[in-house]
Design a protein around this ligand. Structure first.
Ligand SMILES: *Cc1c(COP(=O)(O)O)cnc(C)c1O
Length: 385
């Protein structure tokens, strides 16, 4: 028997059992969905803590937060109605005139939100090339930077940033580090342990894993006033994750480890199969030795590399779109991290002016049969030519 790696095995068990949930009165082994929007006061006319109105949080959402905190090794996690509302809360929480350092290319919605706040003169942005720590440090403004945002692996070429080094640089300069590791969830990348101050995830993706809920989550090891005000922002924005979706998220997370194991294996095999393919110019996947971030990714993802990859097809932009259109098993849809595989022409989604390769197709590899997925890409490449 393999020597037990104590933390990961235990975590796998805890998450599969939703922290060993047992309902006190009925013995039910799945958590309840508390749909109530309001809560009655007690006989003294006091609020029964901690809940009083659902916009401020509820039992089901809090339970999902507990599971994520466990996964992240966090002191606290806060769930929002989407990744974007979680990101917006962080941005909104910055002091007026804040300086932020963000990647030039990153998840387009978060980038757009930062830029909107800059247009409103709420903050100032400096950019760095994703994965380039030297550029990151140059962009950091001599102890005046408030927040450094790292997306790793980074959309859509999966550039890898060494989180531990980024944390060192950020902290040396008195700034806070936020990591968006949506593409490698906390069963394979534990950003807080590597030094991030806030770990962000679009829980819409791998954490939920079934493309049937939107959610975003922030986690930290440091519960201070700055953190507490995120709760206030969530309450005032009305952006708490609703309980029905929190329940779906709990249900999805129970199979997180299992899903990731299969999806990562599929992705590795697909990347190997298509690297050097006559109709493909390059395969961008951190699991490949040809990828710049391979070594860092290996240690940062427990050797699993995630299941997101991109291919740059030979030919022209139309050819790339035609390949996505010709798929019969991959869904031609945006998003990622579900059990079903998706393919998308990223430039169509990011919009004109966004610096993404015109022949890049982003693939989210699911848990389907490997041969079916390879067959589908082969036939799509063939029929589109
Ligand atoms: C999807 C995504 C987001 C935004 O999350 P939503 O749940 O769609 O609002 C942010 N960052 C990354 C890397 C994502 O993939």
């Amino acid at each position: 028997m393999k020597k037990k790696k104590n933390f990961s095995l235990e975590l796998e068990t805890k998450v599969a059992q939703a922290l060993r949930f047992i309902d006190d009165t009925t013995g039910a082994v799945t958590p309840n969905i508390q749909l109530s929007a309001t809560y009655a006061r007690d006989e003294n006319y006091d609020n029964r803590k901690p809940y009083w109105y659902r916009r401020d949080g509820n039992e089901t959402t809090a339970y999902a937060e507990e599971i994520i905190a466990e996964l992240e090794g966090a002191k606290d996690s806060i769930l929002f109605a989407s990744g974007m509302s979680a990101a917006t809360a962080v941005i909104d929480n910055l002091p007026k005139g804040a300086h932020v350092v963000i990647p030039k290319v990153m998840y387009h919605g978060v980038l757009a939100q930062f830029q909107r706040y800059e247009e409103l003169k709420r903050l100032n942005i400096s950019y760095y090339e994703a994965g380039d720590l030297e550029e990151m440090e140059t962009a950091i403004n001599d102890r005046k930077t408030d927040l450094v945002w790292v997306e790793t692996p980074n959309n859509p070429d999966w550039a890898v940033t060494d989180i531990a080094l980024a944390a060192e640089i950020t902290h040396r300069n008195n700034a806070k580090l936020l990591t968006d590791c949506t593409a490698t969830p906390p069963c394979i990348t534990r950003a807080l342990e590597l030094g991030a101050d806030i770990s962000f995830h679009s829980a819409t993706k791998f954490l939920n894993g079934h493309s049937d809920a939107t959610a975003g989550v922030l986690s930290t090891c440091e519960v201070d006033d700055n953190w507490e005000s995120l709760y206030l922002i969530r309450k005032l924005q009305g952006s708490v994750l609703n309980s029905l979706e929190a329940w779906l998220l709990i249900r999805g997370m129970r199979t997180l480890f299992l899903r990731l194991e299969k999806a990562c294996k599929n992705a590795m095999k697909i990347a190997n199969y298509f690297e050097g393919h006559s109709k493909i110019e390059s395969v961008l996947y951190p699991g490949l030795k040809s990828h710049k971030g391979h070594e860092i990714s290996k240690k940062q993802t427990d050797g699993k590399f995630g299941s997101m990859l991109s291919i740059i097809v030979k030919g022209d932009e139309k050819k790339a779109i035609d390949v996505a259109r010709a798929c019969k098993i991959f869904y031609p849809a945006t998003s990622l991290g579900g059990v079903e595989s998706l393919i998308e022409h990223r430039k169509t989604v990011s919009g004109e002016g966004f610096p993404v390769h015109p022949r890049l197709l982003r693939l989210s590899i699911g848990i389907e049969n490997l041969d079916d997925l390879i067959y589908d890409l082969e036939q799509a490449l063939e029929s589109a030519s």
